[in-house]
Each structure stands twice: as structure tokens, then as C-alpha cells.
Design a protein around this ligand. Structure first.
Ligand code: GUN
Length: 285
């Protein structure tokens, strides 16, 4: 029997509907959440992401600014813009689209974003707060993964969660968030020996290794929840996840498709983070 599909597009729409209502209420109290996005250079994929963020802001009633800078922008010029936005009262979230051109030091730019406006959750202080379990702005894709698991009605407490991938953007933070939900977490990565022996013990399997169709049915315990964070562009132009959906769905429990699973959640969680940041900054004023 084929598994239930976790519909990220629909769940994302539900969250956006409630955010839209919340923004309308906040506006009534004189607070319009504001997001600034900075894009340096002409990377086509980044261009698409930035346009989608701009559209989401418009759709939810946010104030938004998009700063499109040429590829030869200096690090100093970029840092000066970040500093200006850090002090701008109508901006509550700042996102610098990555990757940056090679002559700009990504870490210097991330470190320069105000911790309170770091809606990507990439600033080392927000990462540190995540590790120790303090309040912080959470990285969007990992937060989206947890939200999908919750909204699929899956209890995480006491379960064995296995994460494949150890990136700073997904693997590491999603492992911490699963632990926060009281799951027992094992991390696997490209150098793990006998990976299938480990993944076959997972009640919840989160895959973020960045290799198309890497996980097939032989990795998966019958009935396990499978969350696919992969987004790999194939030679034929199609998008493929890290999970071979067709074979895995025949053995797994609830599973996310690609596209239409984790993908739509990332921008939705960015919007949610911006509302959270706006409310916190507003209270401090
Ligand atoms: N580029 C690809 N994904 C992301 C993301 O989540 N945040 C930023 N800032 N850049 C990205």
C-alpha cells in the first residue's frame, strides 16, 4: 500500500492564511512587518528565490524592500547597506541571499546583521541560542521540517530520528530541533559507514544530503516518516529530491514529495520569523 503524502504546499498555504490575518491585526495596532532582501549579482536561481520572497511579502501584506546590487559590489558597500537596514525602524527582518560573489566574505556579512533582524537564523548568536535551547530566530528550512512533521500528526517524543546530512543550514539545526522535540537523534553523512543499518532503525528519517534519489526503499524501515529536503536539478531540467519517492512510498509511512513538500515551507517560515521579529522589536521600543 502506498504511504500518505505530506502536502507541504497545502500546509504552507494554511500557515500563510493565518499569518495574513495576524498581519492585518498588527497593522491595526500600527505595526507593519517589514522584510529587506539583498541580492548581489545575477545568479538565476537566487533571482527566482528573491522574486518568490517578494511575492510572499506582497501577498501577506508586509512592507518589503529588495536591494538588487551589481556583482562587483564591494564588501564594504554591502556592509554599509546592512548597517543602514539594522537601524531602519520599518525593517524587522534582513535576508542576504546566498551564495555571495567570491570576493565577499559571507561570514562577515552574516555576523553584521542585527541578531534581532536575522530572519534566516544564521547569525552565530542565534545558532548558539538554538544549541542551548534559548529563544532565537530559527533557520527556516529546519523549522519548516519540524512544522511539517507536527502537522502530519506525528509524535516525535521518544522516537528515533535519523538525519542524513550535516550542513550548517539544514542537517545540524534540524538535529537540534528534533532533540528539542524529545526525539533520540542520530546523524549520518557522506562518510558514515554502513549507513543503511542506521537509517533502517529510524522512525523518522530526514534526508538533506544533496544527492538526487540517494535514499531508496532499502534505507527505510516499514512505516517510517520520511522528510526529503533535497532539491536537485537534473540534466533534463526536472527537480528531484534526495529520496527516490516512487520506491520509498511503497514501504514508508507519511512522506514528503519534491516538489511540494519541504520547499514551500522555507519561505513560509521566513514570513513567520519576520512577524516574530517585528513583534519582539516593537515591544522593545
Ligand atoms: N540561498 C539558498 N537558500 C538560502 C536561504 O535559506 N537563505 C539565504 N539567505 N540564502 C539562501
Amino acid at each position: 500500500m502506498s504511504a500518505a503524502i505530506i502536502n507541504g504546499k497545502q500546509i504552507s498555504e494554511e500557515i500563510r492564511n493565518s499569518l495574513r490575518n495576524e498581519v492585518e491585526q498588527l497593522k491595526g495596532q500600527g505595526l507593519t512587518p517589514g522584510l529587506a532582501v539583498i541580492l548581489v549579482g545575477e545568479d538565476p536561481a537566487s533571482g527566482v528565490y528573491v522574486r518568490n520572497k517578494e511575492k510572499a511579502c506582497h501577498d501577506l501584506g508586509f512592507y518589503s524592500e529588495v536591494h538588487r546590487l551589481s556583482a562587483d559590489t564591494t564588501e564594504q558597500e554591502l556592509l554599509a547597506l546592512v548597517d543602514k537596514l539594522n537601524h531602519q525602524q520599518d525593517i524587522h527582518g534582513i535576508l542576504v541571499q546566498l551564495p555571495l560573489p567570491p570576493h565577499i566574505h559571507e561570514k562577515s556579512v552574516i555576523d553584521a546583521i542585527s541578531v534581532h533582524k536575522d530572519v534566516d537564523g544564521f547569525h552565530p548568536i542565534n545558532v548558539g541560542n538554538l544549541v542551548i535551547g534559548d529563544d532565537s530566530l530559527l533557520p527556516c528550512t529546519p523549522a519548516g521540517v519540524i512544522e511539517l512533521i507536527k502537522r502530519a500528526g506525528v509524535e516525535m517524543s521518544g522516537k528515533h530520528a535519523v538525519v542524513i546530512g550535516r550542513s550548517n543550514i539544514v542537517g545540524k539545526p534540524v538535529s537540534l530541533l528534533l532533540q528539542r522535540e524529545n526525539a533520540t537523534v542520530t546523524m549520518c553523512h557522506s562518510r558514515t559507514n554502513n549507513m543503511k543499518e542506521i537509517t533502517k532503525q529510524a522512525d523518522i528519517l530526514v534526508v538533506a544530503i544533496g544527492r538526487a534519489n540517494f535514499v531508496d526503499a532499502s534505507f527505510v524501515k516499514p512505516g517510517a516518516v520520511v522528510i526529503d529536503v533535497g532539491m536537485n536539478r537534473l540534466d533534463n531540467g526536472k527537480l528531484a529530491g534526495d529520496v527516490d519517492f516512487e520506491s520509498v512510498k511503497e514501504v514508508s509511512g507519511p512522506i514528503t514529495p519534491v516538489p511540494g513538500g519541504v520547499g514551500p515551507m522555507t519561505i513560509t517560515m521566513l514570513m513567520q520569523n519576520t512577524v516574530v521579529a517585528a513583534k519582539r522589536l516593537h515591544q522593545q521600543r
